[in-house]
Design a protein around this ligand. Structure first.
Ligand code: ATP
Ligand code: ZN
Length: 299
């Protein structure tokens, strides 16, 4: 196979997305040995090379065609897109699939002591952020003038040291914000990791490989969201039991040796089974209830 027929995928070298990105590639069956500080790793079993870089570089590497695919937060892609648009640079890319990790939001935070009066609070304020383009776009639509103060880290300390009146930063639980005497008042952009590509016109070899990866990723995500449920149920209560199990397609019903009044039910549920549902199942006479994780799925 020609060297340029190898698929290049960029992922974050070290940070919040690196562990999940690596896990995803390994679960897709790509055999790579990623060592610390290694820029590129060659898969042993597929024509795939994985590049490990800073997350901020990934959208540009994809948009400039240096790599074929990138695993990166939508927030970083959106910021690069708006930046390139403002510089009138080329910015073509496609989101091939939304992933189930890196879930966070870019939010506005103000000191707990400030009295929040609604979005107009931000008129003529100074806001510290690492995402000036997304923020500008957000306030432009609302016709609110503000000043951004660009910081590439420790954004949350800016109000405390008098650098800004507010912040716009990535949040998942809000604990860091709270620890810095701030509170979240408005979501600017909701984000998660995604798989991006520059084009959809790959060579047939690459296209086949990308399609295969997308199918596998879909299967991995679906499996993570689903559970395999097994239980014993009284025949008389079968309908009620099945009605309690949301997201179940057709359950498999099996006879139990020496017991005509009870059957075994096996099913894939698109939702986890909560304790409350398990207790309701039990009160309907169900027993031996097992909830198992699923590793892979292909429908
Ligand atoms: P790099 O050194 O690669 O530039 P970084 O410090 O800019 O890394 P990280 O903090 O590792 O970036 O975050 C990477 C991405 O993870 C973010 O762009 C965002 O998409 C996602 N992310 C950020 N904060 C959170 C969070 N609290 N929870 C989940 N995902 C997050
Ligand atoms: Zn970064």
């Amino acid at each position: 196979m020609l060297c340029n027929e190898r698929l290049r995928i960029a992922m974050q070298k070290s940070g919040r997305l690196s562990k999940d990105s690596k896990k995803l590639l390994l679960q897709c069956g790509i055999k790579i040995n990623l060592k610390k500080n290694q820029l590129i790793a060659f898969a042993e079993n597929m024509p795939i090379d994985v590049m490990c870089v800073r997350d901020d570089d990934i959208p540009g590497l994809v948009m400039d065609g240096i790599v074929d695919l990138g695993i990166v937060g939508k927030n970083v892609v959106e910021e690069e897109l708006l930046k390139r648009k403002s510089e009138k640079k080329e910015c073509i890319f496609f989101i091939l699939i939304n992933l189930d990790f890196g879930i966070c939001r870019l939010s506005l935070g103000i000191p707990i002591s400030s009295h929040y009066t609604g979005i107009n609070f931000f008129k003529n304020t100074k806001i510290a952020t690492s995402y000036p383009y997304i923020l500008k776009n957000f306030f432009l639509k609302k016709n609110i003038f503000f000043k951004s103060f660009v910081l590439n880290g420790s954004v949350e300390v800016a109000p405390r040291i008098g650098l800004s009146d507010a912040i716009c930063d990535l949040i998942s639980t809000g604990a860091t914000l709270e620890a810095n005497g701030l509170r979240e008042v408005s979501v600017v952009y909701s984000s998660r990791a995604c798989l991006i590509s520059k084009s959809k016109n790959f060579s047939s070899v690459k296209k086949k490989l990308i399609d295969k990866l997308i199918t596998r990723i879909n299967g991995i995500i679906k499996a993570r969201e689903s559970k395999y449920i097994m239980l014993h149920a009284p025949v008389k209560k079968l309908t009620e039991v099945v009605n309690l199990l949301k997201g179940v397609k057709k359950p498999t019903i099996l006879k139990l040796a020496g017991d005509k009044n009870t059957v075994a039910l096996h099913m894939v549920s698109s939702e986890n089974l909560f304790w409350e549902t398990m207790e309701k199942l039990k009160s309907l006479g169900a027993s031996s209830i097992l909830v198992l994780p699923i590793e892979k799925m292909m429908e």
